[in-house]
Design a protein around this ligand. Sequence first.
Ligand code: 6R9
Length: 644
Amino acid sequence: MLNAVQRLDTARETNCTPEMYEQLYRRSVEDPDGFWLEQAKRLEWVTPPTKGGDWSYDPVGIEWFADGTLNLCHNAVDRHVEAGRGDATALIFEPDDPATPGRSLTYAELRGEVVRMANALKAIGVKRGDRVTIYMPMIVEGVLAMLACARLGAIHSVVFGGFSPEALAGRIEGCASRFVVTADEGLRGSKRVPLKANVDAALAEPDHDTPIDGMLVVRHTGTEVTMTEGRDHWYHELASDEECPCEPMGAEDPLFILYTSGSTGKPKGVVHTTGGYGVWTATTFSYVFDYRPGEVFWCTADIGWITGHSYIAYGPLLNGATQVVFEGVPNYPDHGRFWDVVDKHQVNFLYTAPTAIRALMREGDAFVTSRNRSSLRLLGTVGEPINPEAWRWYFDVVGEKRCPIVDTWWQTETGGVMITTLPNAHDMKPGSAGKPFFGIRPQLVDNDGAVLEGATEGNLCITHSWPGQARTVYGDHERFEQTYFSTYKGKYFTGDGCKRDEDGYYWITGRVDDVINVSGHRMGTAEVESALVSHAKVSEAAVVGYPHDIKGQGIYCYVTLNAGEEGSDALYAELRGHVRKEIGPIASPDHIQFTDGLPKTRSGKIMRRILRKIAENDYGSLGDTSTLADPSLVDRLIEGRQNR
Ligand code: 6R9
């Protein structure tokens, strides 16, 4: 099975043949500046750039197209209207409940709506350079808020609507954001998410000090919410149609901040800039999906994640594409919802996560085969490794063996797709992301940093910069340098393990650091640990990932309690609830094991390797436990695991 090659019987004419890929890739690494200045012409610049990349990984400083100026909202919206494509459909909104009416906006209408949102932002005082926190459901106004920030030159920081008030507060504070855009409530699988109430709770957090100058609230479900006089405003009351020109921005001016988890500490505010990110998302969207005018694209991600930024808000719109914006979930009203949406809107491209594919696969083929999917032309996955069984089901059942699959590996920090096959240019191998995108130079190194050649396995680094690369961590450049460029000096370290086969295909094996990937959501084990120890009864906690059939990885927690406390079912439930409250439902522990101690070295370091093996029920290969301060603990941990 491994390394099996999947070819398509019916390859259609493509924008990139195998020969073109080879030729373009070679050019992109031999003459990156020439190549990327050429690609930069996909965008309309106020001042076209004459400079390509100017970067160093030691010390770390990265610039692309530095002397160019442009506005990405203009490129995503106005430009298409000015070019006479105002009647083309931009967004098709599919609400959570299929019985409620949806909405569809042409590019001309989108322009009108973005202007209204930008004017409302202006009315609450937003100016160029301000940070605006967007905490929204998956509705059109979420995308509008992002584009409206870009129009004004404000920096958006979108926080996933599933995050708790505590997590939201940390992200508002982290970038001293004085403005918030939210909605009364969100809807997900008929459940209501109290977004406005969560913002109020976040702002009431004790460690929140940044004063909020203004909040826009979008009326979505119509539920009653508390509005604070002078601070909170209904969006529809401030929206207006006055002219609102696009602010010309320097290519290196920040476009957005997006918080993401790492192996240590609090989530980092990764910063992406205007020109490089714009060129990167426009170029990758065009090649990876081979999109043609009139086709319908659907990325099921939330705008709270990088995938929703790059392949909902920016990539498709920069290409003038038509796309579906979906508020709902794959299993509501039933497990056929994705395929209902595909048929209803004649979707040609479906871009989703392996966890969704595995969850739907488990429900059987009938939900799929009972729906017409003849419009589908290409399938994509992102977020975590896809196991070959799920890949096969996606290919055989969903795509009826007609649709190429692109398994796209990338990260919040990379801005857009980095490793993938290109449709029809490459054979596919189920489970392998494929080949590097143009300009990307992957390198595998061993733990000491020695470069590994040929077919091998190691830690995945990227040796040269690309336009879509994150430039810094907001307010903490040293942390940026430390996190990504210090493990292997002079290289960008991805945190992923990876194999390369004899055909030069890359197979991502998952994170090699203390980051876990639960249903495609990235989480630091340290974040879950600090949530657990913030509970009054908990003394210490260690959290590891373990293989989970649907989620990819599950969250396994080892917890020691304060003296006098006793583990019980009630406390188990209380701790789960506590973590959900501190971080959000995506961080719900799958297992909590109470233990009288954690395996530590004599110097006090927790031996996570052992905890991982025990969580995986793999006791045969615990490795050397002789350096443990208390070796007998291992047997007690195993016994505790078996009783779970
Ligand atoms: C886009 C996104 C990044 C981490 C990354 C890796 C995992 C993403 C993958 C994949 C295997 C793929 N990952 N795509 N692993 N195959 N096609 O997901 O960004 O949320 O920052 O997560 O996700 O481990 O390092 P982000």
